[in-house]
Design a binder for this molecule. Structure first.
Ligand code: ADP
Length: 396
């Protein structure tokens, strides 16, 4: 069966058509600037590539363009829409309502809408995507896969904040965590790849992309993670500050005459390694090159990033009373050997030994610790789309 995986943002839509039997991606791409002017990108496993301007007034227009491309006589990969057996939607916030993926029906739509407050930028866009698919493919079953669901196994001590309890009771303010699909996929894959028993394992997953988070996975279940109520908490990221003293918000507000929304915008979009490097870049390739040429701010940003990942690994080792495996994944985790080496340089006390030759391998699952290392360290490429397709098939 072919599964169409949809990941909707407020003005963008990523898609992938996956043959769930062979787990091959038949086609993938992106619609951008929806509601503005519209750009469309498509590539297929047969080598077809399309990039064009395309008017997209809304998400329904965007999905229509995607479906047309998939059945296009020249570049398409299927003959008719009947060959799409199901649609899997990435949904960012499932609050406490969803600890698992679900088949979408009216009740589920309502429950997702009730989580809008918790992710005001993302959930409404996800719902728009679901509605657009429903309008164009009314008889195709759809599944919602939540970024937060995998972390619903966290114990209270990990998810409660040190604020008056009524805020949790009234508004459900707590740690939720994100990137759950990736943390789940990568922890399982790590156990499989490294020959570990997932039901008797202590794995730390470092999902280091533009957005970045660490999770502690005990016996296959998430017991802690670095992102919180929103994806702003935790590690230093491309443009997000991660952890900071909340009093800084008032301090900047007073000094710069800004309101809370303006400062949160700075913490989300103008901070992280980009802000720390004086606006140089949020991309680790640029920062690595600049640091090598002696750019002090770029070097500082990279140092703070790696130090913070190492601190979280230390914290989660304590949380699980040990660690058997550490997995690096996502854009930086999979590609940046220098970042991995720097992070691991703090962890010698755990008996971790890095195999530098293995650490240079790219684009595949690889064990980068030596045979003598007390903890197995792996690079495990994440594949959130495939994970969503698998969940979708399992549920329908
Ligand atoms: P997201 O899905 O959160 O947008 P990704 O997981 O795609 O992020 O990661 C994107 C980031 O990965 C880029 O911003 C860049 O910093 C980093 N990255 C990608 N390729 C490389 C590379 N070859 N070397 C170092 N960093 C890389």
């Amino acid at each position: 069966m072919n599964v169409l995986v949809i990941n909707c943002g407020s003005s963008s839509l990523k898609y992938q058509l996956i043959n769930a039997d062979t787990e091959e991606a038949l086609a993938s791409g992106l619609c951008e600037r929806i509601g503005i002017d519209g750009r469309f990108k498509y590539k297929s496993n047969t080598g077809a590539k399309v990039e064009k301007e395309a008017t997209m007034n809304n998400h329904e227009d965007a999905i229509k363009i995607v479906l047309d491309a998939l059945i296009d006589a020249q570049n398409g990969v299927i003959k008719s829409l009947d060959e799409i057996g199901a649609v899997g939607h990435r949904v960012v916030h499932g609050g406490e309502k969803f600890a698992h993926s679900v088949v979408i029906n009216d009740e589920v739509m309502k429950a997702i809408e009730e989580c809008n407050d918790l992710a005001p930028l993302h959930n409404p866009a996800n719902l728009i995507g679901i509605n657009a698919c429903k309008a164009l493919m009314p008889n195709v079953p759809m599944v919602a896969v939540f970024d937060t669901a995998f972390h619903q196994t966290m114990p209270e001590k990990a998810y409660l904040y040190g604020i008056p309890c009524e805020y949790y009771e009234k508004y459900k303010i707590r740690r939720y965590g994100f990137h759950g699909t990736s943390h789940s996929f990568v922890s399982k894959k790590m156990a499989e790849f490294a020959g570990m028993d997932i039901n008797n394992s202590k794995i730390i997953v470092c999902h280091l992309g533009n957005g970045a988070s660490v999770s502690a996975v005990l016996n296959g279940k998430s017991v802690d993670t670095s992102m919180g109520l929103t994806p702003l908490e935790g590690l230093l990221m491309g443009t997000r500050s991660g952890d900071l003293d909340p009093a800084i918000i008032e301090f900047i507000a007073n000094k710069e005459g800004k309101n809370i929304s303006e400062i949160l915008n700075i913490l989300n979009k103008k901070s992280g390694v980009q802000g720390m490097s004086g606006g140089l870049s949020s991309d680790f390739r640029d920062l690595g090159a600049a640091a090598a040429e002696g750019n002090v701010l770029a070097k500082q940003a990279l140092d703070v990033f790696c130090y913070r990942v190492a601190k979280y690994i230390g914290a989660y080792t304590a949380a699980m009373n040990g660690v058997d495996g550490i997995a690096f994944t996502a854009g930086i985790g999979e590609n940046d050997g220098a970042v991995r080496e720097s992070v691991l340089s703090y962890l010698g006390y755990l008996g971790i030994e890095l195999d530098k030759e293995k650490n240079a391998i790219r684009g595949e699952e690889v064990l980068i610790s030596t045979a003598d290392s007390k903890v197995k360290v792996c690079v495990i490429p994440t594949n959130e789309e495939l994970a969503i397709a698998r969940e979708t098939v399992a549920l329908i």
